[in-house]
Design a protein around this ligand. Structure first.
Ligand SMILES: Cc1cc2nc3c(=O)[nH]c(=O)nc-3n(C[C@H](O)[C@H](O)[C@H](O)COP(=O)(O)OP(=O)(O)OC[C@H]3O[C@@H](n4cnc5c(N)ncnc54)[C@H](O)[C@@H]3O)c2cc1C
Length: 406
């Protein structure tokens, strides 16, 4: 059909995939991503302890997108020309569009510090966390005294710490250090949460270095701005995200350090035919960079593309409430709803349920393979996460103990 409108989606994880799922087949939709797999990032920390394996956290993009009736291209987009209406890939392929959706997330934020790229392990993908899990295993097998340093005491850093404690917390030859620039753990969340996490870690060989900034890293040392230095055998970098250079490169953001400003409709402030969604977007009223907001933005962007191409009025993004479930390995799980924090090990199966439900929604179990994959994911969750949280029976008492921390 010659008059089919072209839509290009750049990035096919939470935001981009949610948008593709809601776009009608009456458009000619091309979805591009650098990698072949959708990755469920909120659970990648579980690769450190081995309660999850890489295969259960991934879904094949080509199959998911093909099933939607769209086209998947596994390539990096290196430029977007809004005026000409084309996205250009690193290999030179051009993809014309009437409307484009940019859902490229962020990149590892190293703050340009010496040694971070070279000597620390990033925490941004399934491969990253699987590599950390393997290196931890090899170091532990050596049987020598170890010092593991986690840089960043936000959600990712705390969840990484929890998984290391889940697997290795009983070993006496490992000491763990967690460095956080803020004076509070998990900054941006109620301070009671940080205090509780520190309290629950007291029985373990963990030292929290709050209000400390990393200055440089070598293979064996992490130097702090205060002048102190920590010995390290393995340094994990969970320093947060920075904007993709693609945003500034194609005029979607005012500079390399800026996310892409959007209207409440998620339309770029600079180009009417481009929507920026998910972590890459800077809304007039900022929202936290979370998967559930990215999914909602994807759905709204699809509706707004339909409205834009039909000449109708666009709708504004209305974020749902800020809710997060943060796990500290098998020690405890925290539900944060605005300023309120609840804690209970019983929340761990709840977090697992969210993972299972979202994966099943993205890859509905139609046919043998998806049904088998669902069965595998489900059993891995039951065997490695849910059952251990109910066993030994003494833990059952804790399960009913839902505490309100703040
Ligand atoms: C360790 C960790 C734990 C987290 N925990 C939680 C949690 O508990 N709850 C929660 O809600 N959120 C959590 N998040 C945040 C959540 O994962 C993000 O908010 C979400 O992934 C954002 O989705 P997105 O689609 O905007 O970006 P992403 O998921 O980052 O996807 C961006 C996609 O764009 C692709 N891409 C990038 N550049 C290009 C290019 N030039 N060309 C083509 N493709 C490109 C990438 O390959 C990637 O697939 C966590 C994140 C991490 C890393």
């Amino acid at each position: 059909m010659a008059d089919r409108k072209n839509v290009v989606i750049v990035g096919a994880n939470f935001a981009g995939l949610a948008c593709a799922m809601k776009l009608s087949r009456r458009y000619d939709v091309t979805v591009l991503d650098t990698s072949p797999h959708f990755e469920f990032l909120p659970n990648i920390h579980e690769l450190l302890s081995g309660v999850k394996t890489p295969d259960v956290l991934r879904l094949p993009r080509a199959k998911l997108i093909d099933r939607l009736g769209h086209r998947f291209v596994e390539e990096e987009v290196s430029g977007i020309d809004a005026g000409a209406g084309v996205a250009i890939t690193a290999s030179g392929r051009t993809c014309p569009f009437d409307a484009c959706v940019v859902a490229v997330g962020g990149i590892n934020n190293t703050f340009g510090l010496d040694g971070v790229e070279q000597f620390t392990l990033p925490f941004k993908s399934v491969d990253d966390c699987a590599a950390i899990g393997r290196q931890l295993g090899t170091l532990v097998e050596s049987g020598r005294k170890l010092s593991i340093v986690i840089v960043g005491g936000g959600l990712e850093g705390v969840e990484a710490l929890g998984e290391i404690l889940r697997r290795y917390g009983r070993l006496r030859n490992i000491e763990l250090h967690l460095i956080e620039t803020s004076t509070q753990l998990v900054p941006g969340r109620p301070s009671a949460l940080g205090r509780e996490i520190e309290r629950r870690c007291r029985p373990f060989p963990v030292t929290f270095h709050k209000g400390e900034r990393v200055e440089s890293v070598t293979r064996t040392r992490v130097r702090l701005a205060s002048g102190r230095a920590l010995e390290t055998d393995l340094t994990l970098w969970t320093g947060g995200s920075a904007p993709s250079p693609l945003l500034a490169g194609c005029g979607l953001s005012p500079g390399r350090d800026a996310w892409a400003p959007v209207e409440p409709s998620l339309q770029s402030r600079f180009f009417d035919n481009i929507f920026v969604i998910g972590d890459a977007a800077a809304l007039p009223q900022p929202v936290s960079k979370q998967a559930y907001h990215a999914l909602d933005m994807g759905s709204l962007a699809a509706g707004n593309i339909r409205r834009l191409l039909a000449g109708a009025r666009l709708k504004s993004f209305r974020p749902g409430p800020d809710i997060s479930l943060i796990s500290l390995g098998d020690i405890d799980t925290y539900l944060v709803v605005g300023e309120r924090v609840f804690a209970s090990p019983a929340l761990a199966p709840g977090k697992e349920l969210i993972f299972q439900a979202n994966m099943a929604r993205l890859d509905p179990p139609v046919g043998f393979r998806p049904a088998w994959a669902l069965h595998e994911r489900y059993w891995q969750g039951i065997q490695r996460l849910t059952l251990p949280s109910l066993w030994p029976p003494s833990r059952l008492a804790n399960l009913t103990d839902m505490r309100r921390l703040a």
